[in-house]
Write a protein that binds this ligand. Structure first.
Ligand SMILES: Nc1nc2c(ncn2[C@@H]2O[C@H](COP(=O)(O)OP(=O)(O)OP(=O)(O)O)[C@@H](O)[C@H]2O)c(=O)[nH]1
Length: 595
């Protein structure tokens, strides 16, 4: 009786345990199935059936490998003896975290991560493997997500090309390969010419469209194994694998021609496109990715300097590149000079020539740099570098701040007739600075300086190159009361055509007309014409480079309003903020400031 009770008890425990096992099996989100030692299905849960698209009785008792695990992704056969699941019951070895394709009943497949655990049974002799349990889940979605994230991290969203980080990784790999195989490789650095024009005249959407279209053009010209990347803005990089120099030059030239032959059309307006290309043959002597890219950038810049739309081959002893290197050294010196206040301001008088009597004191403010040894450096030594490396906006702002807060502020209460005019030069890149007008107005208000104490000098070529921006800037600050001068007037062939559009107060006749005034009747006639046209437009004229008494006499004869030059005064340091104000002749009252 007791024995029967115990048996019943044991049977009930077994039934309960089986029920728990079933419940567990069916509530699992993962697919689970069991196999016997022949690889036949002994049980399978609902999740597995759903994922595989089979009914339970289509799997139970059937050999599963040939149903759901028969082929690789490329369609080639996957023999059961190579399958790690079979190792679980043949060799008693568990497997974990493998990802392979599983095939559905309808012939489609999905990547599944699975593990297989051998099932062991205590036999009469030793413990033996009686089958295996396989647990799997579909990883298609997470794989796709991983794939997408890795794609986004390595590609440029606008063009679909690989991005700078990925390009640098590939370049690094290439530099390692070169050390090993000594094969020829080349790096190209492409920068579209005057791309800003499309952005400025048609907007960024047009610019984006151009970038996408030019990408397709460039791609067409490359071989399958070459890499084209967008490095940023309108810059592209190309890696040419196994490519001797003559072939690299030919490909670079083809890319340049592809851009040149292409017409970008936006709202019916055609734009011609061109590209400047720097070519660097990669060799074992190029030590790093950054050295290779710096050489390619320098070569590309040299192509721009030579007139754009060309290929420039990098050579280590290139004179152009040496000059650039010098410019790059200026960058750190200039940045340091800004940080440590090593710029100095000079002034040169702009004197009235008669008709306007004494007029208001008027000076052009000139920039100098105090070098590490305390020597005064003229701007022609550093302004080209500052322009190239976009430091001029910061330098111009420094000048404007100094003039308003240290110099103009001292004389802001002078009666209007004696109130000085400080003429400050502005570079083209400052003109493009959309917040400069706001910056100027803020400083004027902060220091209570009347706006008419500032006259901004913009060179004629700068104004023409940024015409709409120049007009907008001049109008905005003229509304506040600032004055404007058009500098170096006459240096371009089309000066008069633009003059009508630029609402300036002064026109500075380019020094090239003034220096030869005494000996050349043609330049005299041209200076005369400029002076007359300006007067018709009620613009006052200033002659630059008035270097002798006969020139001054001729300028008076022509009726030019003002002159500036060595015949009147040499540039002088602007008096320190707490020094006495300069006299109207442009010299500080401190005799040490006299030339
Ligand atoms: N539409 C568009 N413009 C961009 C994008 N990224 C940068 N830019 C613009 O690209 C222009 C790059 O100009 P630069 O290369 O300095 O000058 P450029 O006009 O091409 O002249 P050069 O290079 O001197 O021949 C700038 O005006 C940027 O604002 C972008 O994703 N889309």
């Amino acid at each position: 009786m007791k024995e029967i009770d115990e048996r019943r008890q044991a049977e009930q425990t077994l039934r309960q345990s089986e029920a728990r096992f079933r419940l567990l099996l069916e509530s699992a989100g993962e697919g689970i199935y069991g196999l016997d030692t022949e690889g036949r299905c002994t049980f399978v849960n609902e999740a597995a059936l759903t994922m595989l698209g089979y009914a339970r009785d289509e799997l139970l008792g059937r050999e599963t490998h040939s149903l759901i695990h028969h082929s690789h992704a490329d369609g080639s056969a996957y023999p059961a003896q190579e399958c790690p699941i079979y190792d679980a019951f043949h060799k008693g070895q568990p497997t974990h975290g493998l990802v392979e394709l599983l095939w559905r009943k309808d012939g489609s497949s999905f990547p599944a991560e699975y593990s297989a655990q051998p099932l062991r049974e205590a036999g009469q002799e030793a413990e033996r493997v009686s089958g295996a349990v396989v647990v799997f889940h579909d990883v298609a979605e997470s794989q796709a997500l991983r794939h997408l994230l890795s794609y986004q991290a390595t590609h440029d969203a606008l063009t679909g090309l690989v991005n700078r980080q990925e390009f640098e990784r590939q370049l690094e790999r290439m530099l390692i390969e070169i050390r090993g195989d000594g094969e020829a490789y080349a790096l190209l650095y492409l920068d579209l010419d005057r791309f800003k024009v499309v952005n400025d005249t048609c907007g960024h959407t047009a610019g984006d469209q151009l970038l996408r279209q030019i990408t397709a053009r460039l791609h067409e010209r490359l071989r399958g194994r070459d890499t084209l990347a967008r490095l940023g803005g309108d810059e592209f990089g190309v890696l040419l694998e196994h490519c001797p120099l003559d072939q690299a030059l030919r490909i670079a030239t083809e890319l340049r021609d592809a851009a040149q032959d292409y017409r970008f059309v936006w709202e019916g307006k055609p734009f011609s496109v061109s590209v400047s290309i720097g070519l660097v043959p990669l060799s074992a002597t190029i030590g790093s990715v950054s050295a290779a890219l710096a050489a390619a950038d320098a070569a590309c810049y040299a192509a721009k300097e030579q007139g754009r739309n060309r290929v420039h081959l990098y050579q280590p002893d290139d004179a152009l590149l040496t000059q650039q290197h010098t410019q790059m050294q200026w960058v750190s010196r200039l940045t340091h000079a800004l940080d440590t206040n090593r710029f100095r301001l000079y002034q040169q008088v702009i004197a009235p020539l008669g008709q306007h009597g004494q007029g208001r004191p008027h000076h052009e403010v000139l920039l100098r740099l105090l070098d590490e040894e305390g020597r005064v450096v003229e701007p022609m030594a550093f302004v080209p570098a500052a322009e190239r490396y976009n430091l001029m906006p910061a330098i111009d702002r420094w000048v404007v701040r100094e003039v308003i807060s240290h110099h103009a502020v001292q004389q802001r209460h002078a009666p209007l007739a004696e109130r000085p005019i400080f003429a400050v030069n502005l570079s083209g890149s400052s003109l493009a600075d959309e917040r400069l007008a706001e910056f100027v107005c803020g400083l004027l208000a902060e220091h209570g300086v009347p706006a008419d104490m500032l006259c901004f000098e913009i060179s004629e070529t700068t104004a023409i190159a940024n015409l709409s921006r120049a007009i907008e800037f001049i109008r905005a600050l003229k509304r506040e009361g600032c004055l404007f001068a058009l500098d170096n007037f006459g240096s371009s062939m089309s000066s008069f055509a633009y003059l009508k559009q630029l609402p300036v107060d002064f026109l500075k006749i380019d020094g090239s007309f003034i220096r030869t005034l005494a000996e050349d009747s043609l330049t005299r006639a041209m200076a005369d014409a400029i002076n007359r046209v300006a007067h018709v437009m009620a613009i006052e004229t200033v002659a630059e480079c008035a270097e002798s008494a006969p020139i001054l006499a001729l300028l008076k004869e022509l009726g030019v309003d003002h002159a500036q030059g060595y015949a009147l005064a040499r540039p002088q340091p602007l008096p320190e903020a707490d020094a006495p104000a300069p006299s109207a002749d442009g010299y500080g009252r401190n005799p040490a400031h006299r030339p």
